[in-house]
Design a protein around this ligand. Structure first.
Ligand code: HEM
Length: 470
């Protein structure tokens, strides 16, 4: 227990003046270190990193107590000195908990609420079919096909924009901008830039060799505006289909409740893309790895599909209820290797006391999703991929839905219903259409992980074999 100014802080490792706790952390997978610290320090851990107060929550109960039951105090994001100068303040994901954030959330919620997302199912199906075709013609490029699938469904839902190929101007522009956002807003970099402001102007820290802030601003502004220029042309021609952007524009224009609504909608929509694309494709990579590591699971999933659909018919969204094992495979994919193992850190708006421990204003509060998803009491042998965990004795689904993979409280991912639909149709169709094998992985070959904002397996040798019956 540590005391400062008569206040008791939660337990945690001691920090060095310059390094903080960096020397004690596995910096590429800090979530594993935080989970190990649970044994010594418990469910709520405190330390200081470069002068920044940090609290890590290692259990679902602690996360829910703070981020959900006390959501008015734990829904902010940390201050980032790079946001304004680089023109990144358009972004909703790292936005402070204020009126603009609320307006963005309204756009997201309206377009992505649970009962509404089904209108995008035809789009998701269409791009799943394109994914299958790409895998048939160049299976070795599976990773870029997954990325293309994720980007296409999302750009279509947000802007009614169909990605034609890799040179698509909107796709290129958003990908470039996301790279900047990721680099500058990764929590560790954000803290560094706050503490050592000169770093953010140092060219080597900037993506793509960028030399100055102005150029970043221009690129970001273009990314926010370009999809709307396309959409406006379609609107003028009367050919604009359903999209989150169009719906939000029409609604905000009619209600007159939001100031500067065009900017709000543009910014919110661009943020949606940023949050949606990489998370979805990374989850498909995790699914693929799980399949090649667990041929028995793959076989059982294919047997379920074949027994319900017969050979030849492909899964449709309407089959979802009849395929509980496929649903369980999707849930287990989200649990087994959550692509955001530390979620996105929240921040405390005011001083607070929890279980007698003091949490100062502006503390960065991290929900350790990894510790929750790997909790051996809830999930015995947590590192094994076992979809049966989500099934009851009769083969039906349990009530356990790994929503923790999508964050918590007011900041919970607004795209989760859309994401789980994309994931489900892709997984069902991939399993119906192909068998995935990897002698390399089966023989214990190393699979590297890329750990940045998301944690994702790097491409590994894999054979993608069309199934004869489909
Ligand atoms: C498998 C796919 C996805 C995963 C695992 C995922 C996960 C997450 C997580 C962990 C957060 C942080 C929540 C928190 O702070 O507590 C988040 C935020 C967010 N997600 Fe997702 N997400 C996915 C797909 C999507 C999609 C498809 C969209 C939009 C179409 C989306 C839009 C957003 C937005 C806008 C935020 C920021 C919310 C805020 O700060 O208020 N995500 N997501």
């Amino acid at each position: 227990r540590r005391e400062r100014d008569g206040k008791t802080f939660p337990p945690g490792p001691s920090s060095l003046p310059l390094l903080g706790v960096a020397h004690k952390l596995d910096v590429s997978t800090p979530w594993t270190t935080f989970t190990e610290w649970k044994v010594e320090y418990g469910d709520i851990i405190y330390f200081r990193q470069f002068g920044q107060d940090v609290v890590v929550l290692n259990s679902e109960d602690a996360v829910k107590d703070l981020m959900e039951r006390r959501s008015s105090n734990y829904s902010d994001r940390m201050y980032m000195s790079t946001r304004e100068p680089y023109g990144m303040d358009f972004d909703n994901i790292f936005h402070r908990h204020d009126e603009t954030w609320r307006a963005h959330r309204r756009v997201a919620h309206q377009g992505l609420r649970e009962r509404h997302v089904d209108i995008y199912q035809p789009t998701q199906l269409r791009f799943t079919e394109a994914l299958i075709k790409s895998l048939e013609s160049s299976p070795e490029r599976y990773n870029s096909h997954f990325q293309r699938f994720a980007a296409s469904v999302v750009l279509s839902a947000i802007y009614d924009h169909d990605v034609i190929d890799e040179n698509d101007p909107i796709l290129k522009s958003v990908v470039e901008t996301i790279d900047i956002l990721v680099l500058l807003q990764m929590p560790v970099n954000a803290i560094l830039f706050n503490v050592f402001p000169f770093l953010k102007y140092t060219p080597t820290w900037l993506p793509g060799g960028w030399r100055n802030v102005t150029e970043a601003r221009v690129k970001i502004e273009r990314t926010v505006n370009l999809p709307f220029e396309y959409l406006e042309k379609k609107m003028a021609a009367g050919s604009a289909g359903n999209s989150i952007a169009l719906e939000a524009m029409e609604r905000f224009r009619d209600t007159n409740k939001v100031d500067n609504f065009e900017k709000v909608v543009k910014d919110a929509c661009c943020s949606l893309y940023g949050a949606a694309s990489e998370t979805t494709s990374s989850t498909l990579m995790v699914f693929l790895l799980a399949m090649v590591q667990n041929p028995d699971v793959q076989k059982r999933a294919q047997e379920e599909i074949d027994s319900i659909l017969g050979s030849g018919r492909l899964p449709q969204f309407s089959d979802r209820q009849s395929l509980p094992y496929i649903e369980a495979v999707c849930r287990e994919t989200l649990r087994w290797r959550p692509v955001a193992p530390l979620g996105i850190p929240h921040s405390a708006t005011n001083d607070d006391v929890y279980k007698g421990w003091y949490i100062p204003k502006d503390t960065v509060v991290i929900a350790n999703v990894w510790a929750i998803s790997q909790n051996p009491e809830k999930y015995p042998s947590p590192s094994s991929f076992k979809p049966e965990r989500f099934l009851d004795g009769t083969g039906g689904l349990t009530n356990d839905v790994p929503t923790y993979a999508f964050g918590f409280g007011r900041r919970i991912c607004p795209g989760r219903h859309f994401a789980t639909n994309s994931l489900w149709i892709a997984v069902a169709r991939l399993l119906a259409g192909f068998t995935f094998e990897s002698e390399y992985v089966q023989a214990g070959g190393t699979v590297k992980w890329h750990n940045a904002v998301t944690s994702v397996p790097e491409p590994f040798p894999c054979r993608i074999i069309p199934r004869k019956s489909h």
